[in-house]
Design a protein around this ligand. Structure first.
Ligand code: FAD
Length: 445
């Protein structure tokens, strides 16, 4: 084997190609734009930012800021481009999108070991080492091939996600753990509502402001998965017989909060389901939503116990193909189904520009290790760049949804929890960067 293929010169593919070439391995980089476009891209340049021009928070006390700093230390081309082309944006890192893409196109395509081939790839290579990074808008023919490889629901359409909250921000005095009808373990956190609370909540949902739809988003895809605000509009029974059904969720003896008369069961219940193995994150069950993020915060904080909830990701509804990574990928982004293939970017269930690029970086390093028959590099969960592949490969497949980097998925510090968030995050960041420095040195990265 003499070279590595990378399919897709987006955020993930450009970074992967650069990481491979800088390690002395030739790359064939395939990109269809220029010959065929996607419904969202507007140019034929690499790493085009399809929407916002922000790479989000800059400070390392912000998880995506930490991830960016880790990527800088791993010589990321995406980070170099951001550095060169940044525009003022307060505490965020935003870029001039055109200059950003131009820089990356130039750096990658002018590298002597990179050969750029324009055209749509419609087959998966059977034995050459290949990174597939064709994004959430992967062309239909290739999407079908990926689906065949992965089988079943291996590459599916993601149309709705409920908000996810930080477990530490829940007020445990107002909620209780219980499974409906006490079946199995008491897996759910239940937020009970009185009739009055429920009616006020329904009213707030009905009048809350929805996010605008992107032009290519077809409301038809949402039919199977009704947003909670839509249910609220259809009448109170739709929610009460749907995700807010209270039956089988009686108050425990220990419950001292408000209730209607001497009722044994709340009028309505919002359930929270554990979202990751370490139980640091919970999602709001059945609350897929299309409300604006600020509105989600305002309305969902009316739920008893969630008054101070921190949202690590808001509910979203948009088109997005992604894989069942918990069943299909290794932490190196290598396919479990076919060892010569790696996947990277949004299609693996990481969410966001920076996260996509970070996954390309990890996949690129490991594709080279595979080619050179060297040991793989698995970044630990104490780092932001390691927490993402850990999350996408260890989450319960049934509830798996694309994930941004957050401190909720980075391994907690040892010892008692530091109450001051800034101080806690700053210690997490410090630990992460010193761990990463050692990994870079030990593995000659
Ligand atoms: P992409 O950057 O899309 O790259 C994939 C590349 O593969 C493309 O260049 C495409 O042309 C190419 N390709 C596809 N199929 C083939 C094929 N068969 N053969 C050859 N080439 C192919 N994230 C944010 O952080 N902020 C945002 O504001 C944001 N807005 C988004 C808006 C929309 C509409 C969408 C869909 C996503 C958005 N995202 C956003 C999420 C995500 O960060 C981006 O989609 C990001 O570009 C993903 O990077 P990627 O490398 O996985 O895919």
């Amino acid at each position: 084997k003499t070279h590595i293929n990378v399919i897709g010169a987006g955020l993930a593919g450009s970074e992967a190609a650069y990481q491979i070439a800088k390690r002395g391995v030739p790359v064939k980089l395939y990109e269809m734009r220029g010959v065929k476009s996607t419904p969202q891209h507007k140019t034929d340049k690499f790493a085009e930012l399809v929407c916002s021009n922000s790479l989000r928070g800059a400070a390392i006390t912000n998880a995506v800021g930490l991830l960016k700093e880790e990527m800088r230390r791993l010589d990321s081309v995406i980070m170099k481009a951001a550095q060169e082309t940044q525009v003022p944006a307060g505490g965020a890192l935003a870029v001039d999108r055109e200059a950003f893409s131009n820089y990356i196109t130039e750096q990658v395509s002018q590298h002597p070991l990179v050969e750029v081939i324009r055209g749509e790839i419609t087959e998966l290579p059977s034995d050459e080492i290949t990174i597939i990074a064709t994004g959430p808008l992967t062309s239909d023919k290739l999407a079908a091939k990926i689906h065949d490889l992965n089988g079943g629901d291996g590459f599916y359409f993601y149309d709705a996600a409920a908000p996810i909250i930080d477990a530490n921000s829940i007020d445990y005095n107002k909620v209780y753990k219980k499974s409906r009808y006490d079946k199995g373990e008491a897996d759910y956190i239940n937020c009970p509502m009185t009739k009055e609370e429920f009616l006020a909540f329904q009213e707030a949902l009905i009048s809350a402001e929805e996010a605008p739809l992107n032009s290519f988003e077809d409301m038809k895809v949402f039919e199977g998965c009704m947003p909670i605000e839509e249910m609220a509009k259809r009448g109170y029974k739709t929610m009460l017989f749907g995700p807010m059904k209270p039956v089988g969720l009686e108050y425990p003896d220990s419950y001292n909060g408000p209730r209607d008369g001497d009722f044994k069961t709340p009028y309505a219940v919002v359930q929270l389901r554990q979202d990751n193995a370490s139980a640091s994150l919970y999602n709001i069950v059945g609350f897929q939503t299309h409300l604006k993020w600020g509105e989600q915060k305002r309305v969902f904080q009316m739920i008893p116990g969630l008054e101070n909830a921190e949202f690590v990701r808001y509910g979203v509804m948009h088109r997005n193909s992604y894989m069942d990574s918990p069943n299909l990928l290794e932490q190196t982004f290598q396919s479990k189904k076919q060892a010569n293939l790696f996947f990277a970017g949004q299609m693996t269930g990481v969410e966001g520009y920076v996260e996509s690029a970070a996954s390309g970086l990890v996949a690129g390093i490991n594709a080279v290790r595979l080619l050179k028959e060297e040991e793989e590099v698995i970044f630990p969960r104490t780092t932001a760049i390691g927490s993402l592949p850990y999350y996408i490969t260890h989450t319960d497949s049934k509830h798996f949804q694309p994930m941004n980097v957050t401190f909720g998925i980075v391994q907690e510090l040892d010892g008692p929890r530091i109450r001051d968030k800034k101080e806690r995050y700053s210690q997490v960041a410090e630990r992460s960067l010193s761990t990463l420095t050692a990994i870079i040195k030990n593995n000659n990265l």
